[in-house]
Design a binder for this molecule. Structure first.
Ligand code: APR
Length: 381
């Protein structure tokens, strides 16, 4: 079997790329090892930024796949237990949406299938060759392609198929972790970020009836260290206000905060996208968006290749993407460290704490600093 583009993984990056290619009339197959139910239920990110929204609009997909409330031009903080609203002085209207990842994924699957896309669940891929692209499925069948799009996440088969001497892993440990909590509690405000001496905490709505809570915790903490009662009382301390309703906690998981970039992102006929190529900590809200920018850029490059017989955008894919990925890693380290260090001095000391307070206060004082944050949030720089 031959398919021009073989897309490995039906997460955000694989499904977005599949839909973009389908709209452009480029034949492809999306291969996903898990079943549909698993993929559609996976909860993680929750914000589609302005730039990513426009990428869907550009291909006439915005109304069919992007849902949720519009993002506001501001961020709600609880600073030392008190409300502090940061208005963002953005030059252009923000067009992002609070769209839970599973809603986006479900919509992308529906649209892809409605438009006749070839999407196969339960198809575990092993990569046979990246220079003359060839993959093998669990049942032994082989699919050859002009290209492989590696959209299979940070533990996937495509990045692992690149020989070690052809790829560099750059990684960064932030030195602290989050306890990620999913609870059946409606969010009072769409986003709430607590900066507090006991550590960072946040609440993000995930649809009308659920929220994800994040609690900064030491590396090495386990879910057993955090009984439900401790989670609620720690959230109330850090927010400095009672949680209006305490619903059932359906998931809790510690997650060390880290950044990673694989370089280059292209190898022969293989191009890496999304988490397969880079990880940013969730405080930046850029993981899903970077995956979408990658899909947009690779789709454009493939259109040039197939329609104009011009491989220049494909050849430039890795360099162009990496420039931007590093820009967003820079934003992610700045923003993540600021909101953690501004509250708590125990992880990185009093000096970093005071620097972070200055970084934070500047957002309210300097129009330039404020606009820069707004640009990063929109994805427009
Ligand atoms: N064969 C087929 N599919 C595979 C294989 C394999 N060998 N290995 C992994 N997969 C699938 C996974 O089951 C998963 O559905 O690839 C998919 C990868 O999806 P994601 O991990 O969601 O990665 P990506 O699409 O890059 O999403 C990036 O979205 O989840 C948010 O913020 C998050 O940063 C992340 C972003």
């Amino acid at each position: 079997e031959h398919k021009p583009v073989v897309i490995v993984g039906a997460g955000v990056s694989g499904l977005a790329l599949g839909n973009f290619l389908l709209r452009e009339g480029i034949d492809c197959v999306v291969l996903e090892r898990r079943d549909r139910d698993h993929v559609e239920r996976r909860q993680r990110a929750g914000v589609i930024d302005t730039r990513a929204t426009r990428a869907f609009r550009k291909r006439g997909l915005e109304d069919r796949v992007v849902g949720g409330a519009p993002v506001q031009a501001g961020l709600g903080f609880r600073l030392d237990g008190r409300d502090r609203w940061l208005e963002l002085a953005v030059e252009e209207q923000l067009e992002g949406r609070f769209c839970p990842q599973q809603v986006l994924v479900r919509n992308l699957i529906t649209v892809f299938e409605q438009d006749g896309g070839d999407l196969r669940f339960g198809a575990e891929v092993a990569v046979e060759d990246i220079d003359r692209p060839r993959v093998r499925l669990g049942d032994g069948s082989i699919i050859e392609g002009d290209f492989i799009a590696g959209c299979d996440g940070s533990h996937g088969a495509t990045r692992a198929a690149v020989p070690e001497d052809r790829i560099t892993h750059h990684s960064h440990e932030y030195g602290y972790a989050w306890l990620v909590v999913l609870a059946e509690v409606p969010a009072v405000r769409p986003t709430l970020l607590a900066i507090h001496q006991r550590g960072f905490a946040a609440q993000f709505g995930r649809g009308p009836t659920a929220s994800r809570f994040y609690l900064q915790c030491p590396l090495g903490d386990t879910a057993e260290d955090w009984p439900d009662e401790r989670i609620w009382s720690e959230l109330e301390t850090r927010f400095g206000e009672p949680i209006a309703t305490r619903g059932p906690i359906v998931e809790k998981q510690p997650m060390p905060l880290r950044g990673e970039v694989l370089s280059p992102m292209s190898h022969g006929g293989l191009h890496l996208l999304g988490d397969a190529a880079h990880i940013v900590p969730p405080a930046s809200a850029k993981g899903m968006n970077l995956a979408l920018y990658d899909a947009d850029a690779l789709a454009d490059a493939l259109v040039h290749y197939y329609r104009k017989d011009d491989p220049s955008l494909l050849d430039a894919y890795s360099d162009t993407r990496l420039r931007e990925v590093w820009n967003y890693q820079a934003f992610a380290t700045w923003f993540t460290d600021t909101v953690h260090d501004a509250g708590d001095a125990t992880y990185r000391g009093e000096f970093r704490h005071r620097v972070a307070r200055a970084d934070f206060e500047r957002l309210f004082i300097s129009g330039t600093a404020n606009r820069l944050l707004g640009e990063f949030i929109a994805g427009l720089n």
